[in-house]
Design a protein around this ligand. Structure first.
Ligand SMILES: [Zn+2]
Length: 119
């Protein structure tokens, strides 16, 4: 259900910025440490945006690699899974350089359509 909640959060953010315009594309940045399953996110996004201005919008997901830094020995590495123990000195305090992002970077909306209605 993790992705369901995230999809709702994304939809709420996009809706706010779309200001009533139909949304075509949503560009999303997700850090690897978030452990989001993109396919699952796409699946739920389709559900939560059904019958809204975002229906059928394309969700483009960019995954940011996780990068950690040990403040004890200066080691930097990219973990394949969330582990916060320095592989070099083990005892150092580890800080996250990247990988915790979860952000709607931008959206693309339908431009105002030419009004064809009779005046
Ligand atoms: Zn270390």
């Amino acid at each position: 259900m993790h992705e369901m909640a995230l999809s709702s959060a994304v939809a709420a953010t996009v809706e706010k910025h779309a200001k009533g315009r139909p949304v075509k594309v949503v560009n999303l940045t997700i850090g690897k440490l978030r452990q989001v399953v993109p396919d699952s996110l796409l699946f739920y996004f389709d559900i939560v945006t059904r019958d809204t201005l975002m229906q059928g919008a394309q969700l483009k997901i960019e995954i940011v690699p996780a990068r950690l830094h040990c403040t004890g020995c200066g080691e930097r590495w990219e973990p394949d899974f969330p582990t916060f123990r320095c592989p070099a000195c083990v005892t150092g305090v580890v800080e996250v350089l990247s990988g915790e992002e979860f952000q709607v970077e931008s959206i693309e909306v339908e431009e105002d359509e030419v009004c064809t209605a009779p005046k």
